[in-house]
Design a protein around this ligand. Structure first.
Ligand SMILES: [Mg+2]
Length: 226
C-alpha cells in the first residue's frame, strides 16, 4: 500500500533554539505594548493559534481576527531575525528518511504542524529543507491539533488527486499531542524523542513506533515494508 507521510516540524525535523517561542513573545510585546512574560503558556505540540490565544488572554489582548492578523504579519519578520541569531539545525536522519520515502513512493510528502503556514515554510527554508515538502496541515486557524490533522488529510487527497485512507497515513511527531492528533484521524504514528519528551514519556501514549531519532533503522523498515 502506498504511504502518505506527514511530518511535524519543531523537535521532529528541526530544532531552532527556541526561535519561534522568542519571536512570538517579542512580537506580542512590541505590538501590544506589554512585557515579554507569558504566564503558564505551553508551546510544544500545540497550534500557534492556541498558543497565541493563551498569550493574548494573559495580557488581556482581545482575541479577534484583526489582532491575529497584526500578530502574524509582524511575527514572520521577527521569526526570521530570531532564526538568524540562534543555533539550530536539521535533526539527525531527517534528510535520509525523507529521501527514502521519496524514492519508495515517488509522491509528495506533507507536514502536520502547529506552525502557521507562513512560519512553517520560513523555518524549513532557513534550514534548506523546504524543497522536500509539498503540502500540509497548519496551525493558522485551528486551536485543536486534531483539526489540523483533518486538514492535512484533506490536503493530502487534494495534492495526490486521489482518495487517502487513514491506514495509508504515517504521522511523525515529537509530542503526545502529535500521537493524539494522528489517532484522531485513524492514522499510524511514529514518535521521535528529539524534542521535549523522552522516549519513555512518548511510549506511554502508545504510538506504533517510538524511536530515539530518525536514524533508527526501524523507521526505514516501515517505509520499505521489511
Ligand atoms: Mg513538535
Amino acid at each position: 500500500m502506498s504511504q502518505v507521510w506527514l511530518f511535524d516540524i519543531d523537535g521532529t525535523l528541526i530544532h531552532s533554539g527556541g526561535a519561534g517561542e522568542t519571536a512570538a513573545v517579542r512580537t506580542v510585546a512590541s505590538l501590544f505594548q506589554v512585557d515579554e512574560t507569558h504566564g503558564e503558556t505551553h508551546f510544544a505540540g500545540r497550534t500557534d493559534r492556541a498558543i497565541m490565544w493563551d498569550i493574548f488572554r494573559f495580557h488581556q489582548i482581545e482575541q479577534n481576527e484583526a489582532n491575529w492578523n497584526r500578530f502574524q504579519a509582524a511575527y514572520v519578520t521577527e521569526l526570521q531575525n530570531q532564526l538568524q541569531q540562534r543555533p539550530g539545525g536539521v535533526l539527525p536522519g531527517v534528510v535520509q528518511l525523507v529521501e527514502a520515502i521519496q524514492q519508495q513512493f515517488a509522491r509528495p510528502i506533507g507536514l502536520l504542524t502547529g506552525n502557521t503556514e507562513a512560519a512553517a515554510w520560513i523555518k524549513l527554508k532557513h534550514f534548506a529543507i523546504d524543497h522536500l515538502f509539498h503540502f500540509g496541515g497548519f496551525g493558522d486557524q485551528h486551536c485543536d491539533r486534531n483539526d489540523v490533522a483533518q486538514s492535512a488529510m484533506k490536503n493530502a487527497a487534494r495534492q495526490l488527486q486521489q482518495e487517502v485512507t487513514p491506514e495509508q497515513i504515517w504521522v511523525v511527531g515529537d509530542t503526545p499531542n502529535d500521537i493524539r492528533c494522528a489517532r484522531s484521524i485513524g492514522a499510524n504514528v511514529i514518535a521521535v524523542a528529539t524534542g521535549n519528551f523522552s522516549f519513555q514519556q512518548l511510549a506511554e501514549h502508545q504510538p506504533d513506533l517510538v524511536i530515539h531519532d530518525l536514524t533508527d533503522p526501524a523507521v526505514h523498515e516501515v517505509v520499505t515494508g521489511d
